[in-house]
Design a protein around this ligand. Structure first.
Ligand SMILES: Cc1cc2nc3c(=O)[nH]c(=O)nc-3n(C[C@H](O)[C@H](O)[C@H](O)COP(=O)(O)OP(=O)(O)OC[C@H]3O[C@@H](n4cnc5c(N)ncnc54)[C@H](O)[C@@H]3O)c2cc1C
Length: 431
C-alpha cells in the first residue's frame, strides 16, 4: 500500500456567503475543562445528561494539565493520616494514574496531597470525557450569552473553524473567570484593592535529586538571595516527581490582569521570571541544579481574576469557624493560602479535625435560574476562596453542579430538593 498513487492536483475554494452558525443542543453545557469543569461534565453525563464541554484552549484539562499545577490539594483532612474528603473522579484519577506510576499520594508534610504527571492527566481527562459520552468543543471562546428572562438560553461561541451556538437546559460556569456570568451581564466580583498573584510553573530536568536541598533550605536561600537574581517572589519550592528525574518548580509570582494586551505581556514576563529562577537554582545549588534545564513552561497559572455573585458569599470567618452549612455540597481542610504579596504567600494551617464546607449558595449565580459556577470563580471573599479553590474541592463542586442542574431540570436551581442533592453527593459529605 505504500506505493499507492497520490493525486497532487488541488482545487480552489473561497468564501462567498456568511457561513451558517453551527447549532447544537444538549441537556447541560459546561464551559471550562479544568478540575471543576471536567468533574462537572463527567458527573453530568454519568447522571444521564447529554453534555457538551467547551474550552477556549485547543486541549482539555484546564490549569491542572496546561498550567502544570502538578499536585491535587484539598482532597484530605490535615496531617499525614488525613482521610479523603472528595471522591468521584478523584478516586478514578488516583486509581488509574496510580496504576501507571503517574500519581502518588504524598503523606509526609502538613497536608497530604496527590502529585501527578500532567501529561498523563491530560490523556486521562480526554479518555474519561469520551468514555462518559461527553461531546468536547475545544479552541472555542464564548462571544455572547443569550438570556431569556432568568435563564441562560444559549451561548454564541467563536472557533477557528466557524461560529457555533449551543442551546442547553443548564449551564455550568467552570471558566475560572466567570466568563458565562460576565458575558450574561450578571453581577460579578473583582478584587477591590490589590491583587492576587498567579505563578508561572515550570518543569526542570537534568538535575541531581540526591543533592537537592530540602524545601526550608531552598526557601531560606531565596529569601536571602532572590533579590540579586531579580526574583519577584522570595519563596517557593521544587518538588521532584517520585521515580522520575523531573521537578515541578513553583517560585514565581505573576500578575494576571483581565485586559487582553496586559495579559499577553504578563505571560511573557512570567517566563522571564521563571528563567531567573533557573539561574538562581543553578548558581546557588550547583551540585544539585548546575546542569538543570527547563523542560516545559506551563501556561500562566491564574489563581483569581473575576468571580460570581452567588446567593451566598463565603467568608473567611465561616472557613476559620469550620461552618457546616445546611446546603453544604463540598468539604475542605486546605489552609488559607493567600498570594496577595509579591514576595510570598500567607499560609494559615488548620487543626487536625478542622473541616469547613462549601454551600450550594456560593455556586448558584444570583441572577439566573439555570447557571451554576464551580471552581475558582465561586462566590467567596478572597481569603476564603484561597482555600476552597484548590483542586480537591473543585472536583466536589463539579459533581454538585452536575447533580443540582439534573435535579432542577427545567425549573430553578435555587429551588431544588436539597435532601435529594445531598443524597447524591453523600460520598463527598460523609465519612
Ligand atoms: C500557580 C498555581 C499553583 C496552584 N497550586 C495548586 C496545587 O498545588 N494544588 C491544587 O489543588 N490547587 C492549586 N492551585 C489552585 C488550582 O490549581 C486552581 O484553583 C484550579 O485548578 C482551578 O480549576 P478550575 O476548574 O476552577 O479552572 P481552570 O483550571 O482555570 O480552568 C478554566 C478553563 O476555562 C477555560 N475558559 C476560560 N474562559 C473561557 C472562555 N471565555 N471560553 C471558553 N473557555 C474558557 C480555560 O481555557 C480553562 O481551561 C494553584 C493555582 C495556581 C495558579
Amino acid at each position: 500500500m505504500l506505493d499507492r498513487p497520490f493525486d497532487p492536483e488541488t482545487r480552489i475554494v473561497s468564501r462567498k456567503d456568511q457561513p451558517p452558525v453551527l447549532e447544537r443542543s444538549c441537556d447541560i453545557c459546561v464551559v471550562g475543562s479544568g478540575a471543576s469543569g471536567a468533574s462537572a461534565a463527567i458527573e453530568a453525563a454519568r447522571a444521564g445528561n447529554s453534555v457538551i464541554l467547551v474550552d477556549g484552549l485547543p486541549s482539555l484539562g484546564g490549569q491542572a494539565v496546561n498550567s502544570i499545577i502538578g499536585m491535587f490539594c484539598g482532597l484530605f483532612t490535615p496531617g499525614p493520616e488525613g482521610t479523603q474528603l472528595t471522591h468521584g473522579i478523584a478516586d478514578d484519577i488516583i486509581h488509574d494514574l496510580g496504576a501507571t506510576g503517574d500519581a502518588h499520594i504524598i503523606a509526609g508534610g502538613v497536608m497530604k496531597t496527590v502529585m501527578y504527571n500532567e501529561v498523563a492527566l491530560g490523556r486521562w481527562v480526554e479518555n474519561a470525557i469520551l468514555k462518559a459520552g461527553v461531546q468536547p468543543l475545544t479552541g472555542a471562546i464564548i462571544r455572547a450569552v443569550n438570556m431569556e428572562g432568568r435563564r441562560v438560553a444559549s451561548l454564541d461561541i467563536a472557533t477557528r473553524h466557524g461560529d457555533v451556538r449551543i442551546t442547553a437546559n443548564g449551564f455550568i460556569d467552570a471558566s475560572g473567570d466567570a466568563a458565562i456570568t460576565w458575558q450574561a451581564g450578571l453581577d460579578c466580583r473583582v478584587q477591590k484593592t490589590g491583587q492576587i498573584y498567579g505563578s508561572q510553573m515550570l518543569i526542570i530536568e537534568d538535575f541531581d535529586d540526591s543533592k537537592k536541598p530540602d524545601w526550608d533550605t531552598m526557601a531560606a536561600r531565596i529569601a536571602e538571595k532572590g533579590e540579586k537574581y531579580g526574583m519577584m517572589r522570595r519563596d517557593g519550592f521544587a518538588a521532584t516527581f517520585p521515580g522520575r528525574n523531573v521537578a515541578m518548580v513553583n517560585m514565581t509570582h505573576i500578575e494576571t490582569p483581565l485586559d487582553p494586551f496586559d495579559a499577553a505581556a504578563k505571560q511573557i514576563d512570567g517566563k522571564e521570571q521563571a528563567d531567573r529562577t533557573l539561574v538562581f537554582l543553578q548558581n546557588e545549588f550547583p551540585e544539585a541544579f548546575g546542569t538543570a534545564k527547563i523542560r516545559a513552561y506551563g501556561l500562566p497559572g491564574i489563581r483569581q481574576t473575576r468571580w460570581i455573585v452567588g446567593t451566598h458569599h463565603l467568608t473567611t470567618e465561616e472557613v476559620r469557624g469550620a461552618k457546616k452549612f445546611d446546603d453544604a455540597i463540598a468539604r475542605c481542610s486546605w489552609p488559607l493560602e493567600q498570594h496577595h504579596n509579591q514576595e510570598g504567600y500567607v499560609w494559615e494551617v488548620f487543626g487536625p479535625d478542622h473541616v469547613h464546607t462549601v454551600p450550594l449558595g456560593s455556586l448558584t449565580v444570583a441572577g439566573a435560574d439555570n447557571l451554576v459556577a464551580v471552581g475558582r470563580c465561586i462566590d467567596a471573599d478572597s481569603t476564603a476562596l484561597s482555600s476552597v479553590r484548590v483542586m480537591g474541592p473543585c472536583i466536589a463542586m463539579g459533581a454538585a453542579a452536575a447533580h443540582a442542574l439534573t435535579l432542577a431540570g427545567s425549573g430553578s436551581v435555587h429551588q431544588i430538593d436539597m435532601a435529594a442533592l445531598k443524597n447524591r453527593l453523600r460520598d463527598n459529605l460523609e465519612g
